[in-house]
Design a binder for this molecule. Structure first.
Ligand SMILES: Nc1ncnc2c1ncn2[C@@H]1O[C@H](COP(=O)(O)OP(=O)(O)OP(=O)(O)O)[C@@H](O)[C@H]1O
Ligand SMILES: [Mg+2]
Length: 217
């Protein structure tokens, strides 16, 4: 892990532009979604990203993790990234345990470190009962726990979470915020896409995406 001066962002995005193409020729057109969005995340900071449906929050997050190439702009990251996508990306035939094993290997974790992290995540999110259940047999909420658990597994320096608790029950929702508080105290940076005004007090600051640009709120 890189040692940083505390004021230097662990993630910085500047001037991000992204358009999607819609329709088929000859009615094909380009729809701009991001028009110069900027964002900086510092260690130990929990930031909310808000904006109406279709404003480009998920698009921006995909650009930040490198899953989507922007048309313009730059992203710099110090350290490891974890991403919890809005739509869980899982292998339907693999069990929860098998997912953690696979991701642990991809993150080059030792077997012991992966098992310890996995055990903590099962307990913290309360889905120990499903260790041996295939992903395609999980309920929506448990699938969301697996999706989040995989993002948290390697304890990334920068956590990017796209509506991580949409399917959670109240108890799990509270456990989620406990997990975030622990990561924050450990100096991790966390960006959470949220729709709930009630969450706003849980963030150090909130960034709003509107007309393709970001502004403090
Ligand atoms: N792969 C794609 N191809 C074409 N258009 C897309 C694609 N992905 C997203 N869009 C469009 O880009 C815009 C922004 O989508 P995005 O998913 O980033 O919004 P969002 O802010 O995350 O919305 P929500 O709150 O509903 O999750 C929308 O108009 C959407 O229809
Ligand atoms: Mg979205």
């Amino acid at each position: 892990m890189t040692t940083l001066v505390s004021t230097e962002p662990v993630l910085r995005a500047s001037g991000i532009e992204k358009s999607y193409r819609r329709g088929v020729w000859p009615a094909r057109r380009t729809v701009p979604v991001l028009r110069g969005a900027d964002l900086a995340l510092r260690a130990g900071e929990v930031v909310g990203l808000v904006g109406e449906n279709g404003s480009g929050k998920s698009t921006l997050m995909k650009v930040l993790v490198g899953a989507l190439r922007p048309d313009a702009g730059s992203v710099t990251v110090h350290g490891r990234l974890g991403h919890c996508p809005q739509e869980p990306v899982v292998y339907e035939r693999l069990t929860c345990d098998e997912h953690f094993e696979l991701f642990g290997r991809a993150y080059r974790m030792t077997v012991d470190a992966e098992r310890a992290a996995r055990r903590d995540l099962y307990r913290a999110l309360g889905f120990e009962r499903y260790t041996g259940t295939r992903a395609d047999r999980l309920s929506g909420g448990t699938l969301a726990k697996l999706n989040l658990g995989l993002a948290l597994l390697a304890d990334p320096d920068v956590l990017l979470l796209d509506e991580p608790y949409a399917g959670f029950d109240w108890d799990t929702y509270l456990r989620f915020w406990d997990l975030v508080a622990h990561r924050r105290a450990a100096g991790r940076a966390v960006l959470v896409i949220s729709h709930f005004v009630a969450d706003e007090e849980r963030f150090d600051r909130v960034v709003a995406l509107r007309d393709g640009r970001t502004a403090p709120r």
